[in-house]
Design a protein around this ligand. Sequence first.
Ligand code: 6GU
Length: 269
Amino acid sequence: MRIDVVSIFPEYLAPLELSLIGKARQDGILDLHVHDLRSFTTDRHRTVDDTPYGGGAGMVMKPEPWSQALAAVAEARPGHRGKPVLIVPSPAGERFTQALAHELAGEEHLAFACGRYEGIDERVIEWAGEHFDVRPVSLGDYVLNGGEVAVLAMVEAVGRLLPGVVGNPESLVEESHSDGLLEYPVYTKPAVWRDREVPAVLLSGNHGKIAQWRRHEQFRRTSERRPDLLEAFDAGKLPRADRSALQELGYDIVDGRPVRRPGKAESAG
Ligand code: 6GU
């Protein structure tokens, strides 16, 4: 996969040389290029921003350096079919999810346009549609100073899904959000630490029981921390053990979705 990132702070992307993503680049799995937006300016001061039409606080990124940078990125694309995807990190974008990470991991070429200040002149986003499949994307409902930190998160989430990046692909199967539930809690040695014991079932050697306990913990955690996820969970054709786990946690299955049983107080455990 090829990835191009355009930013006025290319140094912000330095962590992409580390760890698994850094290794993926060395191994030739990820061909990542970071571009300095200012190198596409033509004035002496390398200006990238100006005051907003209509007034208001802050500055807006000028269209010309962006169009030059994005045209160069669109040119550089490794000769293939279709438009590359241009991700525009923005709190006003669609939500970044594991599903979107999987979708993007299937692309040959991704580009990221890191805005700063109050954002990029909207005409650039419109024009870019001629060369890219443009997707404004948000990490969540909070505001960052610019797209760089969001790009670090998205490149890591996408990059680790590329074949050969994560050593044991099974790690990708049993993790939070891979099946719409949060992950179960994990423990390692010692079996007793500061008077706290590892749940006995995990020491039992009974793999059926362990799998059942872990599944129950996934439902319990998701119910406690992310009831929105549990209510959206496809409970249509669950095995009997899963149905009773949901029952125990106070959920009925209605039209294939878990629905909190009314009137029942939070049950213990
Ligand atoms: Cl993707 N960008 C910025 N600037 N702020 C954000 C964000 C993205 N996601 C949440 N807040």
